[in-house]
Design a protein around this ligand. Sequence first.
Ligand SMILES: C[S@@+](CC[C@H](N)C(=O)[O-])C[C@H]1O[C@@H](n2cnc3c(N)ncnc32)[C@H](O)[C@@H]1O
Length: 317
Amino acid sequence: MSKALLNNTEHFYRGDSPSLLWEMTVCQSLADPAGSYAKTLERPEPYGAKVARLLGERFGLTAGLSVMEVGGGYGTLMKEFARALSPSSITMLDISPRFLDMQREALKDLGGISFINADVLQWLAGCEKEFDLLISNENIGDFEAVDGLDAKSLLERIQKGSPFTGEPLDRAARLVGDYGLKLPEGDEPFAVNVGALEYIEKLKGRAKTIFLSEHSADIKIPPPWNGFLDYDGQKRPRRVELKDHAEYTIRFDHVEAVAEINGFKVSRITMLELLGVRADEGARFNARAECVGNEAAETAHEFLNHVKEYECLVLQR
Ligand SMILES: C[S@@+](CC[C@H](N)C(=O)[O-])C[C@H]1O[C@@H](n2cnc3c(N)ncnc32)[C@H](O)[C@@H]1O
């Protein structure tokens, strides 16, 4: 039996102590480049600067772009991104008025920014504009997931064919059938990230380049980090309970398939690579040692074992 789970996105995650890390985004934990999390990086710098560097150096983006950020949280990413890559226009869209207020405050020195309070999934239906760049950092896991699915009912529903309704099973069946999405092995019920996949469909024609990041259900940790960090998401989106909402890890191979069929060239980049996480002896020790009675080492341990699960996608048309 399938069950739709609509995650509550009106939440806060505050604080900078190690015990609160799971409530913080990667971006927020690196807000202070002199902070303890940034010490795990080869080159400590804010997350927004890292994103700008990646998009500039590897994907050829330059100053003067029209940029939209969806779900910008505290505005931390955009503040540093704009400093590094000087967009010609910035639009911040968020479902949460409280977060939008924080973004207004964080970005007040930049001026000329448009702020939109909307659910992006609804807003895109009426949008005809194409931005040069759209950034959606750590929010596709907030979008609706259909959980408790089983392959038999899904395949039966696909065989019955359209019309597909807005019912959870139908939404998952349409996506799995249309895009030939692979299902996990074994008999255990599983979840499909329907909201994230429908979002990718809706982004077609809305941005030339898209940057996304989220907690992955199917990451492969590359060298040199695979020598001391490991993670197997088992290709099963996992429900992550946070303080006052839940989110789902993302099956990136599904997002990749939907993006490709919708005409995007897809690049998958691990967060370890984007951040330039250290892989020296100290990092290796900290990654393995759980409790050494040293706060800095424990903070590093927690951060390394958190960021290893994150992936970024750059989509270009
Ligand atoms: C986990 S936070 C990430 C914040 C920020 N991007 C970061 O990385 O620190 C999710 C953000 O997405 C916003 N959000 C969630 N669902 C949304 C939706 N359907 N439409 C627009 N914004 C949404 C939340 O209000 C919040 O700002």
